[in-house]
Design a protein around this ligand. Sequence first.
Ligand code: FES
Ligand SMILES: [Fe+2]
Length: 376
Amino acid sequence: MNISTQIEVLPGIQAEEIDRSRLPLSQAYTLPPSAYTSDEVYEREIDRIMRRSWLPLARVDQLPKPGDYLSFDVFDQPLLVVHGQDGQIRTLSRVCLHRAAPIVDGGGNRKLFTCPYHAWSYDTTGQLIRAPMMEEAAGFTEKNCRLPQIKTEIWNGFIMINLDKDAQPFAPQVAGFERYFENIDLSQMVVARTMEFDSDWNWKVLVENFMEAYHHIATHSGTLEPIFHAQDSQVPDNDGPWSILHMPTAAGEEVSPDLFANVIFPHFLIAFHGETLTWYQVFPRSSGKLLLKIHICLPRKAMEEATFEETAQAACELTQTIHMEDIEANDLVWKGLQAPFTTQGRLAPLEKSIWQLNQWWLDKMLVEDGSAEARS
Ligand code: FES
Ligand SMILES: [Fe+2]
């Protein structure tokens, strides 16, 4: 790719800066600060990445019964994910077909969704069932009205969505990732606890912090580093939009299983530790704000054990302790990224996963709009 012709496509970012991020890992630099702080870059991310990537919306175990639903706002699109009376899980635009009021908020169980504005009612497939006093509207019939359906794929119990109606299927893109974890059955996991955090950082600050173990030596020196030495962490080569950080258990700590912190780009964050799956669900809200939901997931069979609540609580507390340490680190990074004298930093060889993300990010952000590579 001829970088010099692409200079103007990333606002506030110079060609030399891109070149430095593109170098092989042993010579590479971070993305430039504007990649995190610029509103224009964020707008482009929404267009080139967020509205074209597969994003995790919920788990099927959060919608076990027909009629169960949850609402989300994903990049200005109000969504409803619903377990239909026909057994199928669908993601629908939850914007009313009349005058655009969202028809529902939150979660629960319903057979019908009735818009709070003029009481148009939709069934669990998004079909309009009843529109009061519309008899004299010429040519209008309810049966021709259906809420737009969003591309949805169930992957290992995750309800994945893509706002691009022409997106390529998700599973083949992460086949290499799945092969790495053949012995872990993610589909049998259930959400046991959820914690929510509003944070004032760019979404990539959170993602990068999640995907490298180098910071264990300082940020987590008393918690993770004694068990998962930064120095021992490994990142295999990838062949798709994903990165795996393998943190082997330190010698003498064999009671603890290895820890894996995995990212499916752009921001599907899942950590595996023994029988616990920790899912960081990220909702970027602006260039400098995000909502984070941390879901602690355990195997369904563990629910029958008397110790389930205790196990869930312990996993929750441990994750919270680690996350509080990460919040401090991310606050520091976010402060520094906004300073006028801040420049690109040199990546550490242990930060291969960040380098992998950066290459993917640059591919997506620099590609000509409308080209085949823009799709995922
Ligand atoms: S906006 Fe929904 S019924 Fe009027
Ligand atoms: Fe951390």
